[in-house]
Design a protein around this ligand. Structure first.
Ligand code: GUN
Length: 292
């Protein structure tokens, strides 16, 4: 069994971006600028946004944080989105999710200029990604694709079983891995809460992508010997043994599953750190006008 090290890979990606930004600046180019809108004080969102801003500093990007209280109106938030759309200095921005219940996440997502949609959530980007046109691809699927590429995991002709059909992970992964070329050319099965015989389906998988948000859902008896297992789960569980008081749990029962795998991503330190690297890659692409 070998570990797919997302922490080290994300560091490598960040260092590559930092080197490129240094060169861009030396040539008198613009400093890439990422903005984030954060509504309310959700603990997870605070942590993620803080990490995104820290990563911007590391690679030499400019970053801006716009905060709203959780009673902000939808109109006020939409007005800010429009302001960021119109701000020529901002190359890309994100609206951290989840949003309070009185605000439509779809409406806000749709309002972001797709050319600045470095989260890859806008229907224009999702649509273009699904037909194989250049697009901003959302952070988690892009991070997984990057890991597969950098670890040279074979996907052609392989049976990939994805557990979870979310718009931000399961569904885009199924599209990307079934596309022509590498990493792709796989036969993909998408499983979800209504899938019959899930265990039997998983046992046929050469590659399992677990993205259900249910801690330790994938057990050893669901995994074929030699399979590649990618764990997207990041459930925060209260813990007395960590400084933060929280511990991350993946969707895979790591201790029992890992010995059966050829490759596996740990939690933490697997897919998670790659999501920030992907966001930085997208922001750099936006600054370079590489896609639009
Ligand atoms: N909430 C959880 N993941 C994400 C993400 O990738 N982008 C945004 N905007 N919000 C999130």
């Amino acid at each position: 069994m070998q570990i797919i090290d997302g922490k080290a890979t994300s560091q490598k990606v960040k260092d590559e971006i930092a080197a490129e930004v240094t060169q861009m600046k030396a040539k008198g180019g613009k400093t890439p600028h990422l903005a984030a809108i954060l509504v309310g004080n959700d603990g997870g969102s605070e942590t993620y946004v803080a990490a995104k801003i820290k990563a911007c500093e590391y690679v030499g990007f400019k970053s801006s944080l716009v905060r709203f209280k959780d009673d902000v109106s939808e109109d006020e938030l939409l007005a800010k989105v429009q302001e960021l759309n119109d701000d020529n200095d901002i190359d890309g921005f994100i609206v951290q999710l989840p949003l309070p219940k009185h605000i439509s996440e779809q409406k806000v997502t749709d309002a972001v200029d797709y050319r600045k949609d470095v989260d890859g959530f806008h229907p224009q980007n999702v649509g273009r990604m699904s037909i194989g046109s250049p697009a901003f691809i959302s952070a988690t699927p892009q991070g997984i694709m990057e890991l597969i590429k950098r670890y040279k995991i074979e996907t052609s002709g392989k049976h990939v079983v994805i557990i979870g059909r979310s718009n931000i992970v399961g569904r885009p992964m199924s599209i990307l891995l079934s596309q022509k070329g590498y990493p792709g050319d796989a036969t993909v099965t998408v499983c979800h809460s209504r899938t019959a015989n899930l265990k039997e389906v998983c046992l046929q998988a050469d590659i399992i992508i677990a993205a259900i948000g249910s801690p330790e859902f994938v057990k050893a008896d669901m995994v074929k010997q030699g399979a590649v297992v990618i764990d997207v789960g990041t459930t925060r569980i209260k813990s007395d043994t960590t400084k933060s008081g929280w511990k991350l749990k993946g969707d895979v029962a790591y201790d029992q599953v890992a010995p059966k795998c050829s490759w596996i991503t740990p939690v933490p330190g697997g897919v998670g750190p790659m999501t920030i690297a992907s966001l930085l890659q997208n922001t750099l692409k936006a600054a370079k006008k590489e896609i639009y």
